[in-house]
Design a binder for this molecule. Structure first.
Ligand code: ACO
Length: 402
């Protein structure tokens, strides 16, 4: 390990590490990534096995508690989450007060933050029972709020939760069903969404998770911390990439541009154009999640008979990227979000909803990491230093003399 003693004097040696590319901010036992070999494990379990065999709430329990729950523990966890799905009195009016045309990530962050105002009795980070309550609320209510975001954008009334359908199926029913009407999501869609949420559930110290930890390190509440995580996720260099990929594919299609001319722009760095959904700070080989998503996209689109011209454009872009020098030299491969938007679109979500779906999936990871941070005796308030490059001391000049 490389250690620098910053305590010698305040002006002593500090490491300058923009983007924290080489700085570990914590020890963690939750998620393991080997970026060179494309390995991702949750609590030691390979991502492909987890995505194939577990439900989303099972993965949430694994990430948060550290072990796979047995059947009774899982049933109790599902029941606890299910009981928390309803929104408190007045909350729907709060959501209504925000413009329906605003970006749903702005509303989601505001809504999760506002939960703290409704639940002042579960805010103590040091009280295990309160944290467990806040955890169940966040897992449950994020699904309710996310479905409400879609309903509001499409002008439809909210549908009350019914946890007996299962977490993912009930989320889809509340999102796409009619109030009081029968609705059963296609099993292929339920399975695909379950898998996508699992693939997004944690990814160690990424931008949003680091944000959640830093905010929480000041003893801020779990609600305040994850709301900050939603905001960090919203940017197109992070979670916002799933929406940006679809916008890019639509633009190529409607602009009549060929994949070749678009890729030439990317390679020439013309107007700062990047191939969205490609590249990753940690993965320098194929993102293992992207391989699973790609397979799922093929299956879902085929089973739904929703053959999409955009899928062909995406496949064309990937083929050119992986066969040319630019991407190979820089070790840029598709990341998890290159193909997710195509699946979400086939399910009936509009692009603005893609990043809220990412947030729904990432919620267990944010909570697990926040709890690990709170319980780690080594945790200190997040407070990086800087290398000052401004003026040396100079005398103040009153405004009348400037
Ligand atoms: N398209 C074209 N060129 C790229 C791309 C891309 N998607 N990504 C990186 N590059 C190039 C850079 O221009 C740079 O080239 P240079 O060496 O000639 O200057 C080199 O590859 C390294 O890129 P950096 O930006 O330094 O890599 P960094 O690790 O800081 O960024 C990031 C990672 C933000 C993911 C970047 O690859 C990117 O912008 N990708 C597109 C957005 C995206 O898909 N984000 C989702 C990330 S995954 C997630 O959050 C779920």
């Amino acid at each position: 390990g490389f250690k620098v003693n910053t305590l010698l004097r305040d002006t002593g040696l500090v490491t300058l590490d923009p983007g924290f590319t080489n700085t570990a901010s914590c020890e963690s036992a939750i998620t393991y990534i080997d970026g060179d070999q494309g390995i991702l494990r949750y609590r030691g379990y390979p991502i492909d096995q987890v995505a194939e065999g577990a439900s989303f709430l099972e993965v949430a329990a694994l990430l948060i508690d550290g072990e796979l729950p047995d059947a009774a523990a899982l049933a109790a966890f599902e029941q606890r989450v299910g009981q928390n799905a309803a929104l408190p009195d007045g909350f729907a009016a709060f959501l209504e007060a925000l413009p329906a045309t605003g970006h749903p990530m702005a509303t989601l962050a505001a809504a999760l933050n506002a939960l703290a105002a409704w639940y002042p009795d579960v805010l103590d980070p040091r009280d295990e029972a309160q944290v467990a309550s806040a955890t169940a609320m966040l897992l449950a209510k994020t699904s309710t709020i996310t479905s409400a975001l879609h309903r509001r954008r499409t002008g439809l009334p909210l549908v009350a939760p019914d946890a007996s359908n299962g977490y993912v199926a009930d989320f889809l029913r509340r999102t796409f069903g009619s109030a009081g009407g029968e609705y059963a999501a296609e099993p292929v869609i339920v399975d695909a969404l379950e898998k996508l949420l699992i693939l997004h559930a944690d990814h160690e110290q990424n931008c949003s998770t680091s944000t959640v930890r830093v905010v929480g390190s000041s003893n801020a509440t779990l609600f305040a911390s994850v709301a900050a995580g939603v905001n960090a996720l919203s940017g197109p260099a992070h979670g916002g990439a799933n929406e940006a990929v679809l916008v890019m594919l639509e633009k190529i299609r409607s602009g009549g541009e060929t994949v070749e001319t678009f890729m030439n722009k990317v390679k020439n760095k013309q107007d700062g154009v990047r191939l969205m959904g490609f590249g990753h700070r940690v993965y320098k080989s194929y993102d293992p999640r992207a391989a699973i998503v790609k397979k799922s996209a093929d299956e879902v689109l085929e089973k739904l008979g929703a053959k999409d011209e955009l899928l062909e454009i995406a496949q064309g872009l990937e083929q050119i990227a992986l066969s040319g020098d630019y991407f190979v030299e820089r070790k840029l491969y598709p990341n998890v979000d290159f193909y997710t938007g195509l699946i979400y679109k086939a399910m009936g979500f509009e692009p603005a909803m893609f990043t809220p779906l990412f947030a729904l999936g990432r919620m267990p990871g944010w909570i697990a990491q926040w709890q690990e941070m709170v319980n780690d005796p080594a945790t200190k308030i997040g407070r990086p230093r800087q290398v000052y490059t401004g003026a040396t001391e100079r005398s103040f000049v009153p405004v009348s003399q400037r």
